[in-house]
Ligand binder design. Structure first.
Ligand SMILES: Nc1nc2c(c(=O)[nH]1)N[C@H]1C(S)=C(S)[C@@H](COP(=O)(O)O)O[C@H]1N2
Ligand SMILES: [Mo]
Length: 516
């Protein structure tokens, strides 16, 4: 019995570890989920029908229950086997691991990460089983007392009692932690899978107002230059979420409340039924250092926030909207920015796709002209109309400014710093941005020479970055190339280097090259 308990406890610990690893790496490869799915795939039709007939919609619970029960029986057998005939118990656990590996790898869309959860299961279960059985063997089963029997026997019985208790505590701990991790992991990864399925099942509605596609005049075709539109897979990601929040669009709701005449509530269906608009907006992070890559440009699809706020009717005195995400993140956006005529939207689409989960699925905010931390709330569920004097947002509480308008800035994309170049004509190119104001000029300087005018691609709009390029007749030696931009009002980029805290870096981007 005790050996069987050791087997069950060690397998429970292994499955718990595997569920946690699955959650972080490959939710589809959760041993419980994958084995259950494999069981469904392999079960004959009559059995499926019987189970559904008997249990109806509770069939999933019956299947998971059966998988868990099956694993427990095999685990108990493994404990007994390992106790009597090592290493056969461990071999049996290894076989169980291989079975879950097969289950994980045969799930649709499985990749090599699916190897990790079964590997974690076996890596934890085997040593735990050995450790528990070692404790079990330390129990004085066949004590043959010699000398004064009464005294000896009582002390050895006491010892046996203590050792037995230790074994039971260790087994209980292994099993308990394992079950806790498995249940937690299952629940979390089940919700991730639900959301992934919902995202796959949903196709973006057609925009009522479509954005014009960029034309050839909007871009330069130069190797090394950032593409005008950043692909989703390359788009920078910044958030405080350890695990990407899973928000089921079925239950998603936005609530607009606070200093408003009427509260507004909106479901995902209702949002999609509104006339959605497309717009290109360049999103940037306040933590982007000069020359950094925490910036990207995308085609967003969404609904103007000003129209929803108009429905709610902000009251006099309100000057801020505190947006809140399901994960507790908040951003403070000036009310005026969300009520003027710019494309401040509740976005559902990014570059023609539903928002990727890590970029805020199902709904996020996108606001031209402000850094992300004060405007671009992902997984957004609340807009509270309030006052800067009354509330502070997540990053403001951590030393960043209450308000974060983007700063005019520019970057050299090519040549990369420390490049070795041949003397002669060299193409230099990059991007410049001053969202919602626009860029009017970009200039390049070689070493301490005069500023030279660069060519600008046509801007999509004032809300997006603008590509620039120039050529340079490179001469031998070590050189410093520096870029600066002017916004649409003719204001030059601040040259004095300034830290990213509290409201964004200043200074000019330079790259160093060696020409020979
Ligand atoms: N829920 C939530 N939304 C968030 C954040 C966050 O931490 N949590 N970070 C913000 C910051 S600082 C930035 S720069 C942008 C980044 O958006 P992205 O990850 O889609 O590029 O999201 C904003 N929205
Ligand atoms: Mo950010």
């Amino acid at each position: 019995m005790l050996a069987a308990l050791a087997g069950v406890a060690s397998v429970a610990a292994g499955i718990g570890a595997a569920e946690l690893v699955a959650l972080l790496t490959a939710p589809g490869a959760s041993p419980i989920f994958a084995s259950g799915s494999l069981a469904i795939d392999l079960a004959p039709q009559w059995l499926k029908e019987t189970v559904i007939g008997l249990f109806g919609t509770a069939d999933k619970i019956v299947i998971i229950g059966s998988v868990v029960l099956g694993a427990a029986l095999i685990a108990a057998l493994a404990g007994v086997l390992e106790n009597a005939r090592p290493p056969w118990g461990r071999v049996l656990i290894g076989a169980l691991g291989v079975l879950t590996l097969v289950a994980a790898l045969t799930r649709p869309g499985a990749d090599y990460l699916a190897v990790l959860p079964p590997a974690a299961a076996v890596t934890v279960a085997l040593p735990v089983l050995r450790a528990l059985l070692n404790r079990l063997h330390a129990l004085p089963h066949h004590v043959l007392p010699s000398g004064p029997r009464t005294v000896r026997r009582s002390s050895s019985e006491e010892l046996e009692g203590i050792d037995r208790r230790r074994f039971l505590v260790a087994s209980g701990l292994a099993a308990g932690l394992g079950i806790l991790a498995a249940v937690g992991g299952q629940l979390a990864s089940a919700s991730i899978r639900t959301v992934e399925a919902a995202r796959r099942a949903f196709s973006l509605p057609k925009p009522a107002i479509a954005a014009a596609s960029p034309e050839s005049g909007n871009t330069f075709d130069i190797p090394g230059l950032s593409p005008l539109v950043t692909p989703n897979a390359d788009f920078y990601r910044i958030d405080t979420a350890l695990l990407v929040p899973s928000v089921d669009p079925e239950s998603w709701k936005l609530r607009i409340y606070g200093l408003v005449e009427t509260e507004v509530e909106l479901s995902f269906k209702e949002l999609l039924a509104l006339s959605l608009e497309e717009s290109y907006t360049t999103l940037a992070c306040v933590s982007n250092y000069v020359g950094g890559d925490l910036i990207g440009n995308a085609l967003w699809l969404g609904y103007p926030i000003r129209k929803l706020l108009a429905q709610a009717g902000p009251l006099a005195g309100a000057d801020m909207v505190l947006s809140r995400s399901v994960d507790g993140f908040t951003a403070s956006t000036p009310l005026e920015v969300l009520t003027d005529d710019r494309n401040a939207i509740l976005a559902v689409g990014m570059n023609g796709e539903p928002l990727p989960p890590e970029h805020g699925f199902p709904v996020r905010m996108v606001v031209p002209g402000l850094f992300g931390y004060v405007s671009a709330t992902k997984w957004v569920t609340e807009l509270k109309v309030t006052r800067f004097a009354d509330e502070t947002a997540y990053w403001t509480e951590r030393g960043w400014a209450q308000r974060g308008p983007v700063k005019l800035s520019s970057r050299i994309d090519t040549p990369a710093t420390s490049s070795r170049l041949r003397a002669g004509q060299v193409v230099i190119a990059g991007v410049a941005w001053a969202q919602h104001t626009g860029i009017s000029r970009v200039q390049l300087r070689v070493d301490d020479g005069a500023w030279q005018e660069a060519d600008l691609a046509q801007a999509i709009s004032a809300d997006t970055w603008r590509q620039w390029m120039t050529t340079w007749n490179a001469t031998a030696g070590h050189h410093k190339l520096t870029v600066r931009a002017f916004d649409a009002n003719g204001i030059a980029q601040i040259e004095k280097p300034g830290d990213v805290v509290p409201d964004g870096a200043t200074g000019l981007h330079s790259v160093f090259v060696d020409v020979n």
